[in-house]
Design a protein around this ligand. Structure first.
Ligand SMILES: [Zn+2]
Ligand SMILES: [Zn+2]
Length: 404
């Protein structure tokens, strides 16, 4: 009989570095991983067993795997296209850059295209490549369509939603909706009951309509909170005599009723706006997202978003308008770690705060209680970064992910 290489309680892998997780930094810490789980996290000098394998130092700082609630694609692949190969490539691209929990966002389209995309994305949730699906449409306000196809937007329809959720096979985790549409209240009731988080967005609602709807949406079965899709973008702007959805969203977030998505890439929002929201509502109510399109990780050029053409210049994605000129912003081109880096290095957000908003808070919104923290019992999703917050290694459920 051969001796086991380590005592039975010994982990498979021990990582050493600065451990950063929500609200905490351990300057010289260890993370012990056994199989798919983290079994111990703490200070190097408090490690419980000398029989452990030699700690590996990879990069300088260890973060929990990031969780992106709003992402349309990357590396040339686009989830709304519904092709398996492109969707896999997109999911993989974000994974190797540290996003171990990726929600695929679909855009407004006709029912057949949505069913195709839902079916393809559901396959990727089943094989572990995605954490869920976000329906960004079709129950949105044409007046606030952004880069989406206004001609396919429509009022809420319970039977259509049933068919969409069925095609998603239980993997649809959130849906963006405009609160002012006829039937929006019944839609929120239906989403709440099905464990799909209603996410207010692409909306022209007044403050009273938006507030009442967010309060209703905060009763959903998955998160117990509502969500707000890319706060400020694609919605009636704040005015002091017409405060609209922005005031409703901030108030709901302060009350613990809503989580606010921020596309904090320096393009969709100016840095002072991002800093203000963090100060007002705190990281437990902010989800940093990419809203990335297929151009993420690719050079400038022409790309697709659903049926629309997007032109990327200087890493800024814009829709081509009818005259062939760059128009509305058409999603982001960053990975979530790039958004975290910008928040820390440019906006001045504390790293623990940014990590909470890019991992812990989105995990809670999705109801993924074993993700979003470096803690004993959690899934071993770890991102090792260098001092510039560039990922140098990623582990997903304890397995090292290699760059393509
Ligand atoms: Zn949008
Ligand atoms: Zn989007």
């Amino acid at each position: 009989m051969t001796e086991p290489r380590h005592p039975p309680d010994a982990p498979d892998l021990v990582l050493r570095g600065r451990v950063v997780t929500a609200g905490t930094v351990v300057p010289d810490g260890l993370i012990a991983i056994s199989g798919q789980r983290i079994v111990w996290v703490g200070r190097m000098d408090a490690a419980p067993s000398r029989a452990w394998p030699t700690p590996q130092t990879v990069g300088t700082t260890l973060l929990p795997g990031l969780i992106d609630l709003h992402c349309h694609g990357g590396a040339g692949g686009s989830f709304p296209d519904g092709d398996a190969e492109g969707s896999h490539r997109a999911a993989r691209h974000h994974l190797v850059h540290g996003t171990t929990g990726l929600v695929a966002s679909l855009v407004t389209a006709g029912e057949p295209d949505l069913i195709t995309a839902l079916t393809a994305s559901a396959d990727l949730v089943d094989d572990g490549s995605l954490a869920g699906i976000h329906l960004e449409g079709p129950f949105l306000a044409p007046a606030r369509c952004g880069a989406q196809d206004a001609s396919s937007m429509r009022a809420p329809d319970a039977r259509l939603l049933d068919r969409l959720l069925e095609a998603g096979r239980g993997h649809v985790v959130s849906m963006t909706y405009a609160a002012e549409l006829t039937g929006a209240e019944a839609l929120v009731t239906q989403l709440n009951a099905r464990g799909v988080v209603p996410s207010l967005g692409h909306t022209d609602a007044d403050v009273a309509t938006a507030s009442a709807s967010l309060s209703h949406a905060s009763g959903n079965a998955r998160a117990g909170r509502a969500s707000v899709t890319h706060l400020f973008n694609g919605m009636r702007p704040f005015h002091h005599r017409d405060p609209g959805p922005v005031a409703a969203a901030l108030t709901a977030a302060i009350r613990g009723e809503a989580v606010l998505e921020l596309v904090a890439d320096g393009v969709h929002l100016t840095d002072a706006t991002v800093a203000m929201v963090f100060e007002l509502v705190g990281p437990s109510a902010v989800a940093l997202v990419t809203d990335a399109v297929s151009a993420a990780g690719r050079p400038d050029g022409r790309y697709r978003l659903g049926a629309r053409t997007v032109i990327v210049t200087g890493a800024v994605a814009r829709l081509l308008d009818d005259a062939g000129a760059p128009g509305a912003l058409a999603g982001g081109t960053m990975r979530l770690i790039d958004v975290v880096r910008r928040c820390v290095h440019v906006t001045g957000v504390d790293l623990t705060v940014a990590v909470e908003a890019a991992s812990t808070t989105p995990a809670r919104l999705l109801g993924l209680h074993d993700r979003g923290a470096l803690a004993a019992g959690s899934r071993a999703d770890v991102v090792a970064v260098n001092d510039d917050l560039v990922p140098v290694a990623v582990w997903s459920a304890g397995r090292r992910v290699l760059a393509d």
